[in-house]
Write a protein that binds this ligand. Structure first.
Ligand SMILES: [Zn+2]
Length: 259
């Protein structure tokens, strides 16, 4: 297997004509290059690079055909691979900041109740919901999807508790977020209070902190969740990551409410 991968990357690096062609996992179109996010990894400060933040792949971000982004593709692949979709028919789903392709797939599977939550928007499709104050009873939802949302939330531990509260016993939540593998503790400071400072220290103007992976996962456990960390390599190959433009370092944080 290692030999095969070495050969694959040697070919990729030296002779483009022998590289496997890339494609968007979602729209299935061939892709010469995925588009980068805000200048790609080159635009990151040395400080941010040292933090070793695992999040979106800034160099292989958008699909030029359907505009889906890497973390949506990665989750779509994960849901296919782990048969997550089997949880959808006749069940209650809460989806924060819903990605359009995941949303369309969920709709096609006839959930009993599908709440699409947005922080700011309220219309016939979206319900304005603050993750720290979810207006539903305990044990309402069979699945919660919250993909790269908690890094935007000041009181994220209340958000975790709220997701736990509304999740039914036996329910599953997918709680992806960018995390640093260098930091022992989360990094934030009240004086980092301008767009310029937040962009410099947190990576985006609308992020509230840099999560430590260790702290984030401990917080999930302390909330009461049963936590499963599924690595990209547990379910996909490195070649998959290259072809579909997803981050091979991004793990999947799948949690369950057992009691
Ligand atoms: Zn696409």
């Amino acid at each position: 297997m290692i030999k095969k991968l070495n050969s694959f990357f040697r070919q990729k690096n030296t002779n483009n004509t022998t590289s496997p062609s890339r494609e968007c996992y979602i729209c299935k179109n061939k892709v010469t290059n995925f588009t980068s996010f805000r200048g790609g990894s080159k635009s990151k400060s040395t400080y941010l690079k040292h933090l070793n933040i695992i999040g979106s792949d800034r160099d292989n971000f958008g699909c030029p055909n359907c505009n889906c982004i890497d973390r949506e593709r990665h989750l779509f692949m994960f849901f296919d691979k782990t048969n997550f979709w089997d949880n959808i028919p006749n069940s209650n789903i809460l989806h924060f900041a819903p990605e359009s392709n995941l949303m369309n797939k969920i709709h096609s599977l006839s959930p009993k109740k599908y709440i699409k939550a947005d922080w700011l928007i309220e219309n016939e499709d979206y319900q304005k919901i603050d993750v720290t104050n979810i207006p539903y009873d305990d044990n309402t939802f069979d699945s919660v999807i919250c993909n790269h949302v908690l890094e935007h939330v000041e009181d994220y531990k209340i958000g975790m508790s709220e997701i736990y509260r509304v999740l039914s016993i036996g329910g599953i939540a997918i709680l992806q977020t960018p995390v640093s593998r260098l930091l022992k503790n989360n990094f934030s400071d009240p004086n980092i209070n301008t767009n310029e400072l937040r962009k410099c220290f947190y990576g985006q103007v609308d992020h509230c902190r840099v999560f430590s992976e260790e702290t984030f996962l401990n917080d999930l456990r302390n909330t009461g969740f049963h936590l499963e960390v599924i690595k990209h390599g547990d379910v996909f190959s490195e070649e998959d990551a290259y072809i579909y433009g997803v981050n091979k370092n991004e793990d999947f944080f799948r949690v369950k409410k057992l009691k």
